[in-house]
Structure formats: C-alpha cells, structure tokens
Design a protein around this ligand. Sequence first.
Ligand code: T6T
Length: 327
Amino acid sequence: MRKLGLFTMAAGVALALAVQAAAAADKIKIGFLPGVVDPFYQVMQIGVEKAAKDLGVEVVTQIPPTWGVEAQTPLLDAMVARGDLNYIITAPVDKDQMVGPLKTAVDHGVKIITVDTYLGDGDYVKGPVKFPLSYIGSDNVQGGRIAADGLAKAIGGKGTVYINSTNPNVSSVDGRAKGFKEEMAAKYPDIKVEGPDYNLDDANKATQQTAAALARTPNLAGVFGTNVFSAQGAGTAVVNAGLGGAVQVVAYDATKQAIELMDRGVVSLVLAQKPFDMGYLAVAFAAADAAGVTSLPPRVETGFAIIDKTNVKDPAVARFIYQVPGK
Ligand code: T6T
C-alpha cells in the first residue's frame, strides 16, 4: 500500500491542529457543501462531523442531489446569504465555473477550503486561483497511474481498454483519466486506450455507455471506471454481458458494491480514497486558521489504500472501504 506514511503524517497533523484549534473553535461556524449524494461524500461527512464534535465546532451541511454547477451554485449562494458562516468546505463540481460563485463567498467574508476537487490548476500559491486556503484530497493523476498499472497487469499487458468517467472539467476525474492515459502511453505500447465517455455521474448511463463500448470492441480487455457511479455502471455492463472475468474492471472508490464485484472476479483492483480524513482535516484546518495558525499547507494529499483480492481481508486495508451506517 503506497502513501501510508503520508496518511500517518496527515493524522498527526490533524491531531496537532485539533489541540491548537480547540480554543478558537467555539467561535466559528462552517458550511459543508460536497459534490453530490454518494458513499464517498457520505463518509467525508462522517469525518467532518467527527472533527466538529472533537473540536466543538458548528457545521451546516447541504448536499446537492445531482452533480453539476446548476445544483451546487444555489446551495452555495444560500449558504453565503445566511451571513453567519466563517468557512465553507466544498468540493467544487467544475474547476472553472465554480470560481466566480466561490469568489463571491470570499467577498462576503467567508473563507474557502476545497476538498476532493480543486479550482483552477489546484496550485493556490502560484496558479490562477489563489483564494482557497487549501486543497485537501487525493493526488488523482497518481491514482490514474495506479489504475493503469493495475489494469495492465490484469490483462497481461496487451489489448484495448476503455475509460468511463463523469463530466469534463472536474479536477478529480480529469486527473484520473490523464494519469491513466499517460501511464499507458509511457509503459504499455501494446495497450490501446478508448474514451473517456462522460456519464454525467449517472450509473445507468455508465452502464449503457460501457455496454456500447463492449459491443463496439468485441475483444475489449478492460475498463477503468473513474468514480463510484462510473465503476458501478462499468461493472454492471460487464456482468450483464456475461463477461465477468473476461473483461477486467478497475474501480476508483471503495464502495461495498465494488468490493463485492471484486469477490466475484469482475473487478481486479479498487482504489480507496480517504474521504473521512479529507473531511476531518478540513474542519481542523478551519479551526486552526481561526485560532491564528499561519502555516497551513495549501495542498495536502491524503493517499490511497489499493485493494485487491490479496489484501481485502487485511483490517489495515479493509478499514478504508467506505462504510456508511445503515447502508
Ligand atoms: O470519486 C469521488 C470523488 O473523488 C469525485 O470527485 C466525484 O465522484 C466521487 O464522489 C464518487 O462518486
């Protein structure tokens, strides 16, 4: 498992911040505005709420029902209009189109911390967008590379593979497709990459698109689903076509369903992100900033747990499977 060291460091930073931040915490109120209702952001919300409880901070949460600027912007505007929020922790659903609405929040005195996705190029020191305090999330280009290596291994280093993704202009999934393509081009000359198709974060659409890809390329060797719904749709299409095991799927996001598909031999590799840590750290950052801490890093990578059949039962790995109570 890569980046465990980074995780441990992140947890250490969180604890230190928690101590420093406790004094100022009761004076701030935080808005939490993730991307959409899904298991990844539900686990992130658990992290946000745990940190809020540990630090005695009040959090107001709004979750868009669907992915998109049209769904996220009105919720953001309403949060700003309340007038009582000091910080908003958010996953911008578009790296360019959410700059304006979030800048308006800043102009109203709200500080922004981005989690999971970033604005601009994600470099808040030298890049085109500098106002967020930090980006806390995965190195998604690296995640795409890990997915490529995993899929290449599963298909024996040759054949055609297909990417199913959500929307263009989203830093997370864009990064994953980019890293995947770059790694395949650099290391696997006998693998051809098709896609991405964009499913607009709709698993049914991902199923249809993957079914079409299977029909178009009868000898398709593998599919990379770049997030929960993409991987879910990809897996369903492969199972429906009776091709489980013949067409290998790599799934970004460790949902229970992805793990079940791995148990059935449909999915060969699952990348678990650390949504709990993203949420926890973001609240700790807000509280620390409110306490006057000036050394908050503008970017924190939270690492991955890379899950396959050999380690899925290891508790040190299995703990990163997204667990949502009651689901
Ligand atoms: O993969 C996550 C997240 O990282 C991405 O930005 C959007 O999709 C998810 O929320 C999973 O559905």
